[in-house]
Design a protein around this ligand. Sequence first.
Ligand code: ATP
Ligand code: MG
Length: 428
Amino acid sequence: MAKIKAIRGMNDILPEQTALWQYLEDTTRSVLSNYGYSEIRTPIVEYTDLFCRSIGEVTDIVEKEMYTFNDRNGESLTLRPEGTASCVRACEEHGLIFNQVQRLWYTGPMFRYERPQKGRYRQFHQIGVETFGMQGPNIDTELLLVTARLWKKLGIDHAVTLQLNTLGSAQARASYKDKLVAYLTQYFDLLDEDSQRRLSTNPLRILDSKNPQVQSLLENAPDFHECLDSESLVHFDQLKSNLDRLGITYEVNPRLVRGLDYYGRTVFEWVTDRLGAQGTVCAGGRYDGLVEQLGGRSTSAVGFAMGVERLVLLIEAEGYIPERLKRDTDIFVAAMGDQAEQKSLAMVEKLRDGIPWRITLDCSGGSFKSKMKKADRSGARVALILGENELEQGVIALKPLRTQEQQELIPLDQVVSELSADSRFFKE
Ligand code: ATP
Ligand code: MG
């Protein structure tokens, strides 16, 4: 019988990769906690309406990428394609937004029916951050500081650049829309089908088109920044001077609009040229209108989401990977013979009480030679060897595996204290 395979575009993350995933997740978690952010967890399925009303009917996501189905009650549900809508929904439902300040983050799988390729999948993972209740540009700045700090920790700061733009107020966008439509209508026949349709439904989205011919038409399109309202301009100028003062470099990209409807004012993307076409590793912006759009009271909001798969690829190619991630364990314990094996169970428990390193007790039998081979392959720094001889003498042999140092014998009851005091082997 043919074996069943995973769904196209939905990946298994195998043990050899999960260490890197965890490292990215742990590092992000610790940076976010440095800035006082708390985690929120929401279901991965929501009513379809939530995404239609927030992301926008005329967006790639809602038009063609959602996994939508009826449940047994006949209600239309959707696997979440992103996290912001769910976060706003949950915060509103539990009264976390009105008259409050929130700094939140979440992580988990997202689902979009896209053409799978490197850095683009149908189930992918995001780490997202959302903040509520802060209207000035300082919180926009803080989010960029969080991300810049994270890139530095992961050793990929040299490989990413920040693109920045402002989308102004709703009125500014409306008046720009008219100019853009007037301009693009002249070239209607040169537009692709999506853009032709969007000309009447959601023309700003055309700025986001990935079609090179459309992009080249846009080079001479009217300048968005000429339509901007003065308040948005002040907000943008303050953000830019904050970044200048803090030494965060950026490039203003007037055509950066982002693929979702709810953004206004600040938008940004961190991009890399090292991953081919899927170069955006983190994207976000301000969405002051969304809470109200979903039925709450008008609230300032700004956030971003990073693509975990793309960041993992970038760390593999360019980043800093701690040495410990390259080995399976730190200490390999080989006991020879039934009695020694039994004794080693309790000894290893004591060791685990006393020291923080990873300890693997070999439970698979075999000869001394084969155990030493396994010890070597595991990447462990040291092997602890307990055979009949050692047992008789009440000692254990400590064998350094990565240095020329001699094997030494340690009394059984001193193993914990010896190893706790000994950081020779476990620098990273
Ligand atoms: P793109 O322009 O690449 O389609 P997007 O604008 O649709 O991205 P967002 O909705 O802003 O992406 O999502 C934030 C981040 O999530 C992206 O910058 C990217 O890193 C990641 N991401 C989005 N879609 C996918 C996907 N299908 N597979 C892997 N990562 C993704
Ligand atoms: Mg997309």
